[in-house]
Design a protein around this ligand. Structure first.
Ligand code: ADP
Ligand code: ZN
Length: 370
């Protein structure tokens, strides 16, 4: 049943995000309504396939779609040009032509990789996003960013390529490991800090229910985040300005991810720690009142992230920051909170202050509450 719909307005490339439960039952009819080509290829990974591939395939076949599936191993290292090449070969061998659709069934890895394939295979085929992690449901599946990684940097090869629609089934979260829920909540709290003080207060009050996947609060969270993201994307599809505010927590976060060679911290965890560090920077620069900083940090610390201090040196984290593709002329750009619901872009942050913010994060982690 579709419980909510949020539209992303991008002129003739506008599309809806559908929210609900037991969505697999109505997936195929929705494809028909959208005039999706009969030839569909589902791209997913083994973890997700185990739970959701057969029901989705059956639903599509029942409605006379011609369905094939490509199942790959899980993991961030699949987001590579090598894997993309293997997928192009599979599509060619299956005889998939231009008039076909790719369904990205999975988390951010599948969404980015399958989206990249859809954007490039035969100069572009129809894309449908079916995100199955909290992080992809509230963030990455909406907005059309698709990419693969290069050994020298994450998401270095990609495009902006919008799906025809996005399909969010909260029930898929029931099989998701708890660590992945925490990752998603990192980005969720980001939306509260960056755009919406009232939503932040809701999250403060309901975090325990959300962690337990209580349906009404999960739906509220998914829908509010998508609404905010949809607004940002329609104002600034290609990240020329407004969209950059979504990078709060990401300057330090990306650097922490890279410094751990993408093995120690997951993206959402790194962003969580990044938000703590960047809120510290904002407070020290006199941009963020100390009581608001305290509120942000106390809430973020309710989400468990394991971090061994010895895994990181601050020089390695600083070096990684210079490689960030969002840095302007080698200088890291920060999105700093100035109050709940408002951020400011800051290019001038002194290196010693960045170092102190890292010590602050590692210090909190050392106390065992992270
Ligand atoms: P993200 O959306 O955070 O980028 P990934 O795509 O890296 O997440 O997926 C995280 C992990 O969770 C992967 O191992 C993936 O196979 C697995 N996964 C994704 N969705 C589900 C689900 N609904 N149930 C069980 N495992 C899932
Ligand atoms: Zn992110």
């Amino acid at each position: 049943m579709i419980q909510r719909q949020i539209d992303v307005s991008l002129g003739d490339r506008s599309y809806p995000v559908y929210f609900g439960s037991e969505l697999t039952a109505s997936f195929a009819p929705t494809c028909q309504q959208h005039g999706i080509p009969r030839r569909i290829v589902i791209v997913t990974d083994t973890n997700i396939a185990r739970h959701y591939l057969a029901p989705l395939e059956n639903n599509l076949k029942h409605f006379d779609f011609d369905v094939s599936s490509v199942v790959i191993p899980p993991g961030e290292n699949q987001k590579s040009l090598q894997r993309a090449h293997v997928l192009y070969t599979a599509l060619l061998k299956l005889g998939v032509g231009r008039k076909s659709a790719i369904v990205a069934l999975g988390g951010g890895v599948i969404g980015d990789l399958a989206g990249f394939i859809a954007a490039t295979y035969q100069r572009g085929v129809t894309l449908i996003q079916v995100p199955t992690t909290l992080l992809s449901q509230v963030d990455s599946s909406v907005g059309g960013k698709v990419a693969v990684n290069h050994p020298l940097g994450k998401n270095m090869i990609g495009a902006f390529y919008q799906p025809k629609f996005v399909w969010v089934d909260a029930e898929t979260l029931r099989t998701l490991p708890a660590r992945e829920i925490v990752c998603g909540l990192g980005e969720v709290l980001k939306y509260g800090v960056v755009f919406d003080a009232e939503f932040f207060a809701y999250l403060e009050a309901n975090l325990d229910n959300i962690l337990k996947l209580e349906p009404a609060s999960v739906l509220h969270v998914q829908a509010r985040c998508c609404e905010l993201k949809a607004h940002v994307v329609s104002e600034d599809e290609r990240e020329q300005g407004l969209r950059a505010v979504l990078n709060y927590g990401h300057t330090v976060g990306h650097a922490l991810e890279a410094a751990g060679h993408y093995r120690i911290l997951k993206h959402g965890e790194a962003v969580l720690l990044g938000m703590i560090a960047e809120s510290f920077i904002a407070r020290e620069m006199g941009l963020l009142p100390p009581d608001v900083h305290e509120r942000i940090v106390q809430t973020l610390r309710r989400l468990p992230v394991k971090l061994a201090r010895s895994s990181f040196s601050s020089s390695r984290v600083l070096k990684a920051m210079a490689f960030d593709k969002k840095s302007v002329e080698g200088k890291a750009r920060f999105i700093l909170p100035i109050r709940l619901g408002e951020v400011q872009v800051v290019d001038e942050v002194d290196v010693p202050l960045i170092q102190s913010s890292l010590r602050y994060v590692f210090g909190l982690a050392g106390k065992g509450s992270q």
